[in-house]
Ligand binder design. Structure first.
Ligand code: PAF
Length: 265
């Protein structure tokens, strides 16, 4: 059985016992594990001697109570999956051990956290950055793995690591997609069969439209509630709702224009 640590002190004394030469890879999660998480974990396993995965449903990053309450949590199933993958340890603290200050101390980013996800989900990135800083301090990994699906989050975590001189390498991992192109997410299973079929249009439209206006228009026509489509710093970002379920995605603008070029030939 893999060891599951509930308290940071227990984890810390276990970590102190790991031989110094070992590199430690870390994959932070909120549970509800799917193939997207597994690909981060496999990469960490391949690149490090020891991999630890955290499972902590961080309520400070949810601006919407219903979204927090409906987040799919199945701890036993997650741990069984992690066991099969062959990781070294699970860190699964409770709220009080992560927030002895009851969230009185908050990490805020003043610029890049404001548009897109930050505008649609006030306080979201404060919650993310605060918990990631705590987790990195507790786990003390050499490398930490984040998916590109949450690209804005990834950039902000990288920025925080630089700003606070944290001794960790942030490794960006490509988005894992279903066969029809939809980015894997713990929320996808909440879609009805019809909505799930339609949801594949989201990445397709985002990835093939000439510009953000056209993408927004096409998404609305297809039946999505569009929160935003933005072309920014060489990437196209989008967030939509379908049956109230929030989907986000992003693509490099370079690959979008290459695709459009090819389709014209
Ligand atoms: O991407 C996530 O699952 C979460 O935002 C993270 C990084 C685990 C922090 O709670």
């Amino acid at each position: 059985m893999i060891p599951v640590f509930r308290k940071k002190e227990e984890w810390s004394s276990y970590r102190d016992g790991l031989p110094d030469a070992k590199t430690l890879g870390f994959v932070p999660t909120m549970g509800g594990l799917h193939e997207g998480h597994c690909s981060l974990i496999r990469r960490s396993l391949a690149e490090n001697d020891f991999t630890v995965v955290s499972i902590f449903l961080n309520r400070t990053q949810f601006n919407n109570v219903a979204d927090f309450e409906s987040y799919p949590a199945n701890f036993e199933q997650d741990v069984a999956l992690l066991q099969d993958l062959g990781i070294g340890a699970v860190f699964a603290p409770d709220y009080d051990s992560m927030y002895p200050d009851n969230y009185a101390y908050v990490v805020s980013e003043a610029l890049d956290s404001k548009p897109m996800e930050g505008a649609e989900r006030p306080g979201h990135f404060d919650g993310v950055l605060t918990v990631v800083l705590k987790l990195l301090n507790i786990v003390s990994p050499d490398r930490a793995y984040f998916g590109e699906k949450d690209y804005q989050q990834l950039q902000l975590v990288k920025g925080m690591v630089q700003a606070f001189f944290l001794p960790v390498e942030i490794v960006a991992c490509e988005t894992v997609r279903a066969e029809d192109g939809l980015a894997l997410s713990s929320r996808n299973h909440r879609l009805s069969r019809e909505a799930r079929a339609l949801s594949a249009m989201f990445p397709r439209i985002l990835n093939t439209s000439e510009d953000s206006k056209e993408a927004e228009c096409e998404l609305k026509k297809a039946g999505f509630d569009v929160e935003y489509v933005e072309d920014k710093d060489g990437r196209r970002y989008g967030a939509v709702r379908l049956e109230g379920v929030r989907l986000i995605d992003n693509f490099a603008l370079r690959t979008i224009s290459q695709k459009i070029e090819r389709s014209r030939r």
